[in-house]
Design a protein around this ligand. Structure first.
Ligand SMILES: Nc1ncnc2c1ncn2[C@@H]1O[C@H](COP(=O)(O)OP(=O)(O)OP(=O)(O)O)[C@@H](O)[C@H]1O
Ligand SMILES: [Mg+2]
Length: 461
């Protein structure tokens, strides 16, 4: 599949319309968990047609074919429109002569944006402004921006959006490299460099063996190119340092759940949850405004149950759109049942539980235990001494566990109005940690001030 993708990226230069539809179709198909053959069966189109559309090798398809595909993919109203829009979108004019480095073709690899971004205007403006200042101050050096934040908060979505938006300033292309290889394993720097070199038109037989040689060739290849490189889902600084170009008029956008403090020259941006207004806006865009306006109180309740996490809001929006006859209050009731919240926050390949799992899996025993303990108490925020007493460990040990939880974005450090430091659990992290605590039998313990024990969600109708 990766070979397929590389071929489609490198084979030829797409028009934007072909690229948009190809990326959108592929993304919707993968999200629906369908192979090209299955989609062909469901839609009545041939596997060849679908393959060609996904490789951007077809002329613009008829609207009827797009509608048939949308139905087969189970796309809701707004998503159906997104696919239509992708099929209609116009070709961008080529960059003016002299703008591109002559020997290279431009690279276009950004995923399609399936939903318009909400609530990030200030952050976008800040990145563009600061990147501009940095570029002016040091025009031959790569500008690096690193986005951090908890799972599902929208780091990738924002980086991709910026990649599209920065197109004009970086006309020689955009490269998107996932560092987690579809969530399975971390990409090694050597493999990351191999993929970057392939994206930059280096033939497989010309890719050197050693890491150092790959780095040198990569730096040479990008040294005069104005491109945007997105390194998505970095696990650590060590994973990305070899992939940073150094002297190059390009912009590197990195996303990571952990703060990459070692990248001292980067602009670091911490993404927070959406506020209530943006949460409702996202619900409207994904579920359809009419449904939200019809049941405003239920929409507010749903937004509150998602705790501002865009991933959760998208899941809820998609579920509403998929059931046009069902009332929003029904979903509120289901999500409010004790122990059922995370069961309801799953739709097709989107799952809050699955998004939180990799961070949780990286915790050592003490940090995991502390997270369980914190999740069982209904405290808005705790001081370090409270945290230490919950953990039953000396302060220094509790502090170490707290650091790990903060690094993995499972605990948030906040300052109170009078400047004191407190620690806060995100509502969905709390729900997840309580489930895990239940698994290790902690919910049976009698903890002063503990939340009532939560039985697993059984009623899944
Ligand atoms: N501001 C936003 N407006 C609209 N949709 C958003 C926004 N932020 C994120 N989303 C959507 O929410 C979902 C989760 O976002 P995304 O994948 O970018 O999260 P992430 O922070 O990269 O998560 P992870 O740490 O798991 O990689 C995606 O479907 C994305 O399109
Ligand atoms: Mg991501």
């Amino acid at each position: 599949m990766i070979a397929d993708r590389e071929e489609s990226i490198l084979d030829r230069q797409y028009s934007n319309s072909e690229r948009n539809l190809a990326a959108a179709l592929r993304e919707f198909r993968l999200r629906a968990g369908l192979t090209q053959e299955e989609l062909a069966d469901l839609s009545g189109l041939s596997v060849r047609t679908i393959g060609n559309l996904e490789r951007a090798r077809s002329a613009r398809p008829h609207r009827q074919s797009v509608d048939v595909l949308a139905r087969a993919l189970g796309l809701s109203g707004p998503e159906h429109e997104t696919l239509r829009r992708a099929a209609r979108s116009r070709t961008v004019p080529p960059a003016p002569p002299g703008e591109t480095a002559a020997p290279y073709r431009s690279v276009i690899q950004l995923p399609f944006e399936t939903v318009d971004l909400v609530g990030r205007d200030d952050t976008i403006a800040r990145v563009i402004r600061e990147a501009d200042e940095r570029r002016k101050a040091s025009p031959t050096h790569a500008t690096i921006t690193a986005f951090t934040g908890m799972a599902g908060v929208g780091k990738t979505a924002l980086a991709v959006h910026l990649g599209h938006q920065l197109n004009g300033q970086y006309p020689e292309g955009q490269i998107f490299l996932s560092l987690t290889a579809r969530g399975q394993r971390e990409l090694t720097p050597a493999e990351g460099l191999r993929r970057l070199l392939r994206a930059l038109d280096v033939a497989p037989e010309d890719i050197p063996e050693t890491l150092q040689e790959r780095e040198t060739l990569f730096r040479d290849r990008v040294s005069r190119r104005r491109i945007v490189i997105i390194l998505d889902g970095a696990a650590s600084e060590a994973q990305v340092t070899s992939l940073l170009p150094g002297a190059c008029p390009c912009h590197v956008l990195i996303t990571s759940r952990t703060r990459l403090a070692g990248l001292s020259k980067a602009l670091h941006i911490e993404l927070k949850e959406l506020d209530m207004r943006s949460s409702l806006e996202l619900l409207e865009r994904t579920a359809g405004a009419a449904r939200v306006l019809e049941e405003p109180q239920a929409a507010l309740d749903l937004a509150a149950l998602c705790h501002g996490l865009p991933l959760a809001l998208r899941i809820v929006g998609a579920r509403i759109a998929a059931r046009p006859q069902r009332r929003l209050t029904d979903l509120v009731r289901r999500m409010s049942r004790e122990g059922c919240l995370l069961d309801e926050l799953e739709y097709r390949d989107m799952s809050v539980r699955a998004a939180l799992l990799p961070s949780y899996a990286r915790l050592d025993f003490a940090a995991r235990d502390l997270l369980h303990q914190l999740s069982l108490r209904d405290l808005p925020a705790s001081s370090l001494s409270q945290v230490a007493s919950m953990s039953g460990r000396p302060l220094w040990q509790a502090e170490k566990a707290v650091e790990q939880l903060i690094d993995l974005r499972l605990l948030e450090e906040v300052r109170t109005g009078d400047g004191r430091q407190r620690y806060r659990l995100h509502g969905l992290v709390r729900a997840y940690a309580r489930e895990q605590a239940g698994r290790v039998g902690l919910l049976d313990l009698s903890i002063p001030g503990a939340l009532p024990g939560s039985a697993p969600c059984v009623d899944r109708r």
